[in-house]
Design a protein around this ligand. Sequence first.
Ligand code: ADP
Ligand code: MG
Length: 264
Amino acid sequence: MLRAEGLTRTYRLPRRSLWAPPGRRYALRGVDLALAEGGALGVVGESGAGKSTLIRLLLGLDRADGGTVRYRDREVRPGPARGLTWFRREVQIVLQDPMSSLDPRARVRDIVAEPLECLGVAGDHDARVDEVLAAVGLDPDTRDRYPHEFSGGQRQRVAIARALAPAPRVLVADEPVSALDVSVRAQILDLLGDLKTRLGLSLVLVSHDLGVVQHLCDEVLVLKAGEAVESGPTARVLGDPGHAYTRALLAAVPTLPAPRGSVV
Ligand SMILES: Nc1ncnc2c1ncn2[C@@H]1O[C@H](COP(=O)(O)OP(=O)(O)O)[C@@H](O)[C@H]1O
Ligand SMILES: [Mg+2]
């Protein structure tokens, strides 16, 4: 459904002297990725491994130095926003920190309706806002409130509602629970899992925490210093890791999500 081939991205290093040519550093080097329809793909790796760079390229938010991204056999080319409207209706993103990804001066209803406006989605936007708020477990009366009136977990629910508003087929979540209290992480992960099942969504879930990926993903891609060191079914890759780096990540699993149904 969503496929990337040979994605490469370099960043310029600071010049070492006025005359030396600037060096370049690979943030990502030749990474392939494939998300199956209805599947959940986890991207794991330690901080700085290139996960967010990969996601930006995958979403057409940044231009690759090499490689291609295709969604259902149509190429995703970064460029003027208008050119990617078709893609934004299909693939939406949830970021790590809902406090900085939500406009503090906007009411929830305007935040959630924003992609509907931007993407020119037809229909009753108010009704759609109520629908997606319900889908993420928020009361309809939260529509008139502001982000600061919510807890971190609830704010992430608002961010998920906004992503769901245009009825995408794919949700990409970059460290969606990393900024949240440990006690609410499991609830947000359960919500993502439920939405996947209920709406038939496909997921790309990025995390430095293998516990998070284990919880939700059937496939996993392990990134190390910009390169894919291992990929395949989660049970195999995490159950019998072929690479020392994956084993090290496994050994470092900091917190497994709390069991289902724990209290906020
Ligand atoms: N805009 C940028 N300019 C220079 N270097 C960057 C930029 N964005 C990311 N990098 C570098 O690219 C590498 C990968 O970063 P990132 O994709 O954010 O990793 P992750 O999300 O896995 O923590 C890091 O070494 C980071 O310092
Ligand atoms: Mg990141």
